[in-house]
Design a protein around this ligand. Structure first.
Ligand code: SF4
Ligand code: SF4
Length: 359
C-alpha cells in the first residue's frame, strides 16, 4: 500500500505541507495565526467578503482572499508584507467607518464580539477618510426579551445570516437591500419572534462587532468585578452541551457556548443560551412548601417528604400501582437514575419510569 503523495508549498519562505482541500487561510493559521479576518467562522463556508485575509500568491496580479483560495502544489505565498498590511489597514478603516463604536463593545455581548475591536487596535483604525455615510437599520425596537439587534454596529459580514442558515437550518434572517441600504432583516421586516427564529443565540455568538447581543447579559454590564468564565455542562437536557458560565464576583452574568464542546461544538438551544438567569432568580424556591388549608406554607424536608410519601401511597391505593409515574432528569448521574427506577419499581411496583432525553 502506497502512502498518499505529500503536498507542499512555500509559505513566507518556509516549505510547508498541506492537506488536500486546505485553504491558504487555514494553512497560514496552522503556522502562526497572524492573518486577520472578520467574516470567517470555522463552522461556516468561507465567504471572502471582508477581504482582510488577503495574501500574495506569486504569479497572481492582485492579492487573493486566503479563506477562499485552496492551497496548491508549488505555490509561493506571502502573508505579511508591507503592501498587504497597508491594504488591510485601509480595509479595517473602511469597516470601522461602519461601526465607530466597535472598539468599545462589551465582551458580554457575545463570544466573538471583540474581534473588530481587536483589529481596530492592531491597525489603529478609526474610520479615517471613510467616515461618514453608514449602512444598516437598527432594530433595537424588536420586543423579544433575548436578542438585542443593535445594527448601528453591523459591518455586513453576514456571519449571523450564514450561521442561521448553515448551522441552525432556520433561515430566520437574511440580507436586504444594496449599498448603503444593506441591512440584516427578517421576512417582511418583522420582529424575530414572528420569524422562524428558535432563539438559539448562534447569531449573537458569531457576530464580530457586538451588533447582536444577549439582552439579559447586558443588564449586568456595569456589575462590579472582573469577568470570569468557568467551563461547565448545561443542566437542562440529556445532550449535556458544554458551555462557559460568565460571572462577576458571585453573580452569573451570562453564558457562552464552548466551541470545543464534544456534544455541541459551539451550539446551544434557547434554554442553554438564555435561561441562565433563573439560577439566581428571587422567586426560586429555597425551602420545601406544603399545602395547609389550600395555602402553601414553608415546611422542613422531613415533613415535606412524609407528605409526598402519603400522597403517593394514596394515589396507588385509590387508582392502582400504575398511577405512579417517575420522570428523571436526563442530566442525572447514573447513580441517581438507578435510584429513581429502583424506588418506582420496588416501592410502587410500577414500571413507569422515563427521562426527558427521550422527548
Ligand atoms: S437566534 Fe438562532 S435561529 Fe434566531 S436568528 Fe439567530 S441564529 Fe437564527
Ligand atoms: S449583525 Fe453582526 S454578524 Fe450579522 S452581518 Fe452585522 S456584524 Fe455581521
Amino acid at each position: 500500500m502506497t502512502s498518499p503523495a505529500e503536498h507542499r508549498l512555500l509559505l513566507d519562505g518556509e516549505s510547508v505541507s498541506f492537506r488536500e482541500g486546505e485553504t491558504l487561510f487555514e494553512l497560514a493559521r496552522r503556522h502562526g495565526d497572524a492573518v486577520p479576518s472578520l467574516c470567517f467562522d470555522d463552522r461556516l463556508e468561507p465567504l471572502g467578503a471582508c477581504r482582510l485575509c488577503v495574501v500574495e500568491v506569486e504569479g497572481q496580479a492582485r492579492p487573493v482572499a486566503s479563506c477562499t483560495t485552496q492551497a496548491a502544489d508549488g505555490m509561493v505565498v506571502r502573508t505579511m508584507t508591507e503592501a498587504l498590511e497597508r491594504h488591510r489597514k485601509a480595509l479595517c478603516d473602511l469597516v470601522v467607518s461602519e461601526n465607530p463604536a466597535g472598539a468599545t463593545i462589551d465582551p458580554l455581548r457575545g463570544s466573538a464580539s471583540q474581534e473588530l475591536a481587536a483589529l481596530a487596535v492592531r491597525y489603529e483604525a478609526d474610520g479615517g477618510r471613510f467616515a461618514g455615510a453608514r449602512s444598516g437599520a437598527s432594530r433595537t425596537d424588536d420586543p423579544n426579551p433575548m436578542i438585542l439587534r443593535d445594527y448601528d454596529h453591523c459591518i455586513s459580514c453576514y456571519r449571523c445570516v450564514r450561521v442561521c442558515s448553515e448551522q441552525q437550518g432556520d433561515d430566520a434572517i437574511t440580507v436586504g437591500g444594496r449599498g448603503f441600504a444593506t441591512r440584516i432583516t427578517t421576512e417582511f421586516e418583522g420582529p424575530l419572534a414572528d420569524s422562524a427564529c428558535t432563539f438559539c443565540g448562534q447569531c449573537v455568538q458569531t457576530c464580530p462587532t457586538g451588533a447582536l447581543a444577549d439582552r439579559r447579559a447586558l443588564r449586568h454590564a456595569d456589575a462590579p468585578g472582573e469577568l470570569a468564565a468557568t467551563r461547565s455542562v448545561c443542566p437542562y437536557c440529556g445532550v449535556g452541551c458544554s458551555l462557559d458560565i460568565l460571572t462577576k464576583g458571585e453573580r452569573i452574568v451570562g453564558v457562552q457556548p464552548a466551541f470545543d464542546g464534544p456534544a455541541n461544538e459551539g451550539a446551544l438551544c434557547v434554554k442553554g443560551q438564555f435561561a441562565w438567569e433563573w439560577v439566581q432568580h428571587p422567586d426560586r424556591l429555597a425551602t420545601p412548601l406544603v399545602r395547609e388549608d389550600g395555602e402553601l406554607v414553608e415546611a422542613s424536608w422531613d415533613e415535606a417528604l412524609d407528605r409526598a410519601a402519603d400522597g403517593f401511597r394514596e394515589a396507588a391505593r385509590a387508582h392502582g400501582r400504575e398511577a405512579v409515574y417517575a420522570v428523571a432528569s436526563g442530566r442525572a448521574p447514573h447513580e441517581s437514575a438507578y435510584t429513581i427506577q429502583k424506588l418506582v419499581r420496588t416501592c410502587f411496583q410500577s414500571n413507569h419510569v422515563d427521562n426527558c432525553s427521550r422527548a
